[in-house]
Design a binder for this molecule. Sequence first.
Ligand code: K2U
Ligand code: ZN
Length: 171
Amino acid sequence: MAVREILIIGDPILTRRSEPVDAVTEDIVRLARDMVETVHAAPGIGLAAPQVGLNKRVIVVDLSVGEDPDALHVLINPEIVAKEGEAICEEGCLSVPDIKEKVARPYRVVVRGLDLEGQAVEIEGEDLLARAFCHEIDHLDGILFVEKLSALKRTLIKKKFKKSAAAAKSP
Ligand code: K2U
Ligand code: ZN
């Protein structure tokens, strides 16, 4: 397994819609295992494949950040099949470092997908688990959480990262 680099806002891969996985191959299993190691190392509670540079519909969510093996969810081709309620809570994103803003999300969701054995799974989540599923599935659709902020906040955040990327290119 390996910790992979996490892409930062401004990288076009992060705003591209990811492709469905046709078959759970060894490469997909290796990707998922690397994503698990990467999110635990960050540390974070969720990660989507585009964040490590692959536009494939794979997410990992682990509210325990590696403490509880039963808390780990690896989902291939995840879809939200039910949602209810609403909750507003501060969010961050490993691809938008050091930015925390309030985001409205469904309070409860039911997500369907495939596990690493290629078996169909259906998971119900509330509160932070629901939020993590929504956040990660947004990543698969090329949607960063900053798209849910006001135009002013979004513009200022994008400008900040554009400036630091330019400075890093020509120090
Ligand atoms: O996709 C990501 O960038 C990972 C996020 C997922 C996430 C953000 C907000 C709410 C739920 C999930 C990171 O895990 S943000 C870091 C973090 C760490 C611990 C608790 C909450 C957020
Ligand atoms: Zn994120």
